[in-house]
Design a protein around this ligand. Structure first.
Ligand SMILES: [Zn+2]
Length: 774
């Protein structure tokens, strides 16, 4: 149940108690992992409902993985060593996050320096926790466990095909010569990779030893690596503390080319030259711009590995080694944005991390803001504004469908136990978060002052995990005049029950909400009170402020004009159309045009005939981001003349982001039989997880859990992205109830919730969902 999502939006405290009007903190345990604002500011114990572990009882100093990869049986087996220091007396149990796909063989304990060199075997028990994991309860030797004394716990285990681990047969790789395996930890999947404190609140260094067959290259999100060819052993060391979800591994036939002094591109041999050509020296350039803005890059290496189309998302900000899907290579502008976004995570998300999944916006909103600061410096304000308009369009599209009061539109959400955090990651996490950070920048009065603030924020909290209160405290401490205004306003509210209202003004691009003083005696300059923070974080609905994007007018206006032209007339005259040379437009301009035309589908048949005649051939030669949007228009308008193009596209593309949206549209319309036919023709080239997703779409067979090969282990494929959005819609339609069973939810929603159908029609991965995780 998600009833508490409707709680009164008054809390900023990490424990969700209402803050006293004075702004004082609630009291409690100050031993939480977050750095907090400094000594003397006690906090409530941090609660992460997505973790079964008792992470607050220990300090995790380091861990080591020793794994052997067996591609033939798709297994990783070996051991994990945790260096733990109990932080309080009376701890008898260590509870780790685990998963049914992990087979635990044995667990033992050593106490270095205690005189007892032989490890002691420990008893343990695995309990159910949620659909996405289990809890591993380990009984500790009470005589040896003392606060402050290091203990080493060794867990021997085998893991097969849990949600974090994606084994690809060679046919699913680009080269189709060798199998490949990669892991994807975000957000709560890595508990199926190794037992851990699977919470972003806990960070530690790690090392790893990985043994593989000859000819296989292993990469990890680590700052150092080495390879012993005779032993076929790779060694890794991550010298900077990271949360469990950022531990990542890929192994396959991978080669590299250096593209800068601290960056190299990795890919299968058949992809490498294209990848290098696309990125060239850009990575170092983007790193340089980011360092100018936000301070030194902290991770040493900034490598990028391109993964086959089976990679379930667009990109993942694994530190030192960004994972990115090869399918994006042909769409240069999207590749640029995606890589810059991952680079921005080097500061926001990886160096400073949200302490719970309920505040993912702290990573994604700040990273999106940082990404746009980088693109503004590197490519100009107009380009950045255009890209932002495309995303904010998508945000408002999502809002129109979900309604302003949908709880998933909050920046700070509260999970009920059992809800998979990934299901609540949505555009609000990114774009409403971006708008809030832009609002803070606006409050600061100067974008460059705000850059300096962000640089010092990173310096203050690097390698730690924070909650929103940390950011806001630091912000108000950095700009004390705003704090003064906030206190004055709060006092005014207490005394008179009046204060600030919200007014809407219409700038050149979009409605922007600013705070205006209801009381006419208030000076106009004091609108920037900062007291909107609580509404920003806890309130539903659209962003209270959006940045001025008029600098993108020269790029955006032609798109708007062309949309008006097509909407006004069934067949615009050729003379007028020729003044719009789409072949000279950027990808984002065409994407904006098609997104807005998609918003107006279905279109009259004559319009589709004219659109096809004008652009279809042009789009054939453009990238997949353009093509999928046009083909969605074809499908949603049942425009049969261009159906062969849909077939060709689905025969070529085997990634989730380019298949699921089209299949969803095909099934929603009158072309389901075409979808089934294409599916049968192409299914062998699809990853089993994607195949299952498409089967659910085509045959609505998602109501039963999918058993993996090993008895007792349950595979939980990541939630298909449109289903995430459906979950969001259903949260409202079913009285805030978020279903835990993805498949069951889907089938129930289809029968009972009209909104879900709307979402399938309008919110697709290509338009929105593909932005969900990167
Ligand atoms: Zn991101």
């Amino acid at each position: 149940m998600m009833a508490e999502l409707h709680q009164t939006p008054t809390s900023l405290c990490c424990c969700r108690k209402s803050l006293p009007a004075s702004g004082a903190r609630c009291t409690g345990d100050s031993s939480r992992p977050s750095a907090g604002p400094g000594p003397g500011s006690p906090r409530c114990p941090l609660v992460d409902v997505a973790s079964a572990s008792n992470f607050r009882c220990f300090q995790l100093r380091h861990f080591h993985l020793d794994l052997r990869l067996n591609f033939a049986v798709k297994e990783m087996s070996g051991w994990l060593v945790l260096d733990l220091v109990p932080v309080q007396a009376g701890i008898h149990t260590l509870v780790l996050d685990s998963h049914p796909s992990l087979l635990i063989h044995s667990i033992d304990c050593k106490v270095p320096g205690s005189g007892q060199e032989e490890p002691v075997s420990l008893t343990y028990r695995v309990d159910p926790f949620t659909d996405y994991g289990s809890s591993l309860n380990i009984s500790l030797p009470t005589t040896a466990v003392k606060p402050g004394r290091l203990i080493q716990i060794t867990v021997r285990y085998t893991t097969t095909d849990g949600p974090a681990i994606w084994w690809l047969d060679s046919e699913l790789t680009c080269g189709q010569t060798r199998p490949l395996v990669f892991t994807q930890g975000h957000s709560v999947c890595n508990r199926s990779f190794f037992p851990c404190f699977d919470t972003p609140a806990v960070k530690s260094t790690y090392t790893a030893t990985v043994r593989v067959p000859d000819g296989v290259t292993v990469l990890m999100s680590a700052s150092r690596s080495s390879y012993s060819k005779p032993d076929r052993v790779f060694q890794f060391s991550m010298e900077f503390p990271v949360p469990s979800y950022l531990v990542a591994l890929v192994a396959g036939e991978l080669q590299h080319v250096d593209v800068g002094p601290r960056s190299r591109v990795w890919a299968e041999p058949c992809l490498l030259s294209c990848a290098v050509k696309k990125l060239g020296g850009s990575v170092e350039r983007w790193l340089g711009v980011a360092e100018e803005l936000f301070g030194p890059y902290l991770w040493g290496r900034c490598d990028i590995v391109f993964l086959p189309p089976s990679f379930p998302i667009v990109a993942m900000e694994n530190p030192c080694l960004t994972f990115i899907i090869a399918s994006i290579l042909e769409s240069s502008e999207f590749l640029l944005i995606d890589v810059i976004h991952e680079i921005a995570h080097g500061w926001f998300g990886n160096a400073v991390t949200n302490a719970t999944w309920e505040e993912m916006w702290l990573s994604e909103g700040l990273a999106t803001y940082a990404q746009r600061r980088i693109t503004t410096e590197a490519y100009g304000e107009a380009f950045t504004c255009l890209e932002t308009v495309v995303r904010l369009d998508a945000l408002h599209r999502q809002l129109r469908l979900l309604g302003d009061n949908n709880p998933v539109s909050k920046l700070q959400v509260k999970f009920e136990p059992g809800v998979n955090p990934s299901t609540l990651m949505n555009l609000f996490t990114y774009e409403k978060g971006f708008c809030f950070v832009s609002y803070l920048s606006q409050l600061s009065g100067d974008v460059h002052d705000f850059d300096r603030f962000l640089r010092d924020y990173i310096s203050q909290f690097k390698f730690k995990s924070v909650v929103a209160q940390d950011l806001i405290d630091f912000f108000l401490g950095y700009f004390p005049e705003l704090q003064d205004a906030a206190v004055a306003q709060r006092e005014g509210e207490e005394e008179g029950g009046r204060g600030w209202g919200v007014g809407w003004v219409l700038p050149s691009i979009r409605c922007v909400c600013v705070c205006v003083c209801v009381d006419s005696e208030c000076p106009p300059s004091s609108w920037s009170s900062g007291l909107e923070f609580e509404r920003w974080l806890s309130g539903c609905g659209p962003p209270l402020y959006e940045p001025d994007l008029s600098a993108g007018g020269a790029l955006i206006q032609p798109v708007q004009d062309l949309c008006v032209l097509w909407r006004r007339s069934d067949t615009p005259d050729l003379q007028t159309l020729t003044s719009f040379d789409l072949s000279a437009w950027s990808t984002f301009q065409i994407v904006l045009f098609l997104d807005r035309m998609l918003d107006h589908s279905p279109l009259p048949h004559d319009v589709m005939v004219s659109l096809s005649g004008s652009y279809s051939s042009l789009f054939d030669g453009l990238n997949a981001e353009v093509q999928i949007r046009w083909l969605q228009m074809v499908v949603r308008n049942s425009f049969y003349p261009d159906l062969p193009r849909v077939r060709a596209f689905l025969h070529k593309h085997t990634s989730r982001m380019y298949t699921v949206p089209l299949y969803e549209d095909l099934v929603a319309g009158v072309m389901k039989c075409v979808a089934v036919e294409i599916f049968y023709q192409t299914q062998r080239r699809l990853h089993p997880n994607l195949r299952r997703t498409l089967q659910q779409i085509l045959f609505q067979t998602g109501s039963t859990p999918i058993q993996s090969e090993r008895p007792g282990s349950v595979r939980c494929p990541p939630l298909p992205l449109p289903l995430i959005l459906c979950a969001a819609a259903t949260a409202r339609c079913h009285g805030n109830r978020l279903h835990r069973d993805d498949g069951r939810h889907r089938s129930e929603g289809r029968q009972t919730c009209r909104r879900e159908v709307d979402l399938r029609c309008h919110l697709t991965e290509a338009v929105i969902g593909r932005l969900v995780m990167w």
